[in-house]
Design a protein around this ligand. Structure first.
Ligand code: FAD
Length: 404
């Protein structure tokens, strides 16, 4: 690891509740020293910097911008990128552990890091020119600039290959036309990775904020991922220099490979979200008195808690092995689909059950459960819906594509 995150960089606030880490199967024994170190750094950061402000940002529907540079300093943005481009050169298992902790705080914070790292830095690193890598990656890694990833369109979500955004050549410029929707970080991004068809083939283009014809209005009225900026991207005769196309490949497989990268982080993140809900429900069950006893003494409540513990433990195991095969360069995208599909679904179920354990209190922002439950409704839809991942794995085992 080239630039280890430093725990001492984290400002400690006194007013936070301690989190009780859940490791029922002693899975820490499967992690190396550096992996535990970075997980602990991320854990401390989330406990002291994210959780105390998560509810107020969710309520105000604002992203906590002050965290961007801190995440950069700690090496959380594109941590898998080599040190020569400003990355922390972490393993993918470490990246997963960071996502796990960030999403334990709030899915919006993990979404920010996923987009910046997996959807903006990754394509520039893998498909960009040397000049693009040198220009953008160090600034994205430090949080000096923010990026976004524009694939989804108003009429093409699960079927992005149908996109109607186009690029054409005009002298030494590319001219882009089209519209993107549901783009995380769009309004605050300094650079957008925009996917458009050039002569019928999907290509990636870098569009900088302020380019004439390009705007990114924020989408309002979300009941989910409120502490995250979501935007439209409008491209009307946007002219970018010839050097702004990603030269290292073409076709839908490029944006899909970025999505695999991000989905991998989501599989870990969802376990963090589930853990926050379980932690809250367990603490509540031990102290809430009904019929003269803590509700944790009732069998139906215990059954819910045991179910949560079991599913989280299974999700953790899935992630650790997924991390190992990804680090070994042997992972297949279908395996990532299975983990994203399973872990987000289980986190949603845990969030709902945790809300039930908390009774009426479960709907208050004093507890993190309802916020996680609402956030997970986005997480189960973006980066490939639950249904699309079912079909991806279904195709893998039967050899028959059922989605078209
Ligand atoms: C908060 C948020 C942030 C996002 N951030 C980004 C971003 O940064 N960049 C980006 O490009 N996109 C982003 N997205 C978009 C996201 O990836 C899409 O919403 C997702 O791909 C689904 O597309 P859709 O919403 O158009 O749903 P649709 O594709 O219209 O699907 C609607 C329903 O039909 C189902 N369905 C569709 N096709 C089939 C089929 N063949 N078989 C069975 N069922 C099917 C789906 O599973 C779903 O249940 C974001 C979305 C959200 C909510």
């Amino acid at each position: 690891m080239a630039r280890p995150a430093n725990e001492d960089d984290i400002h400690i606030r006194e007013d936070t509740m301690p989190f009780h880490p859940l490791d029922f199967y002693m899975l820490d024994e499967l992690l190396g020293e550096e992996e535990i170190l970075i997980r602990e750094t991320a854990r401390k950061f989330v406990d002291h910097e994210v959780i105390p402000i998560a509810a107020e940002h969710w309520e105000a529907a604002t992203f906590p911008k002050e965290l961007i540079k801190k995440m950069g300093e700690l090496g959380f943005l594109g941590p898998f990128v080599p040190a020569e481009y400003g990355g922390a050169e972490c393993s993918y298992t470490m990246y997963g552990l960071i996502c796990h902790e960030l999403e334990r705080g709030d899915s919006g914070v993990r979404s920010f890091a996923s987009v910046q790292g997996s959807l903006v830095m990754y394509p520039i690193w893998k498909f960009g020119s040397q000049e693009q890598k040198q220009e953008y990656l160090p600034k994205l890694a430090s949080g000096e600039i923010v990026g976004c990833f524009g694939l989804t369109e108003p009429d093409y979500g699960s079927d992005p290959g149908g996109m109607i955004t186009t690029a054409r050549r005009d002298g030494d410029r590319w001219v882009l036309n089209g519209a993107k929707m549901w783009i995380t970080n769009g309004t605050v991004a300094d650079v957008a990775v925009v996917w458009a068809k050039l002569g019928g083939e999907v290509r990636g283009f870098l569009v900088e904020r302020g380019t004439p014809g390009f705007s990114a209005p924020e989408m309002k009225g979300k009941h989910s991922l409120r502490a995250s900026v979501t935007s439209e991207l409008i491209l009307q005769d946007v002219r970018v220099p010839k050097a702004n196309m990603l030269p290292g490949g073409k076709g839908l497989k490029l944006p899909l490979s970025c999505l695999s990268q991000a989905r991998y982080g989501i599989a870990w993140g969802a376990v963090g979200s589930a853990m926050a809900c379980y932690d809250s429900a367990l603490a509540y069950a031990k102290t809430r008195i009904q019929f003269g006893k803590p509700i944790g003494s009732f069998q139906l409540i215990q059954a819910k808690l045991v179910e949560m513990l079991t599913e989280i433990t299974k999700g953790q195991l899935l992630c650790v092995q997924l991390g190992r095969i990804k680090d070994a360069g042997r992972v297949r995208f279908q395996q990532i689909s299975l983990a994203k599909r399973n872990n987000v679904d289980m986190a949603l179920r845990i969030a709902r059950n945790a809300r039930a354990v908390l009774g009426a209190n479960g709907i208050l922002d004093e507890y993190p459960v309802m916020r996680h439950a609402a956030n997970l409704e986005s997480v189960v839809t973006y980066e490939g819906t639950h249904e699309m991942h079912t079909l991806i794995v279904g195709e893998d085992i039967t050899g028959i594509a059922a989605y078209a």
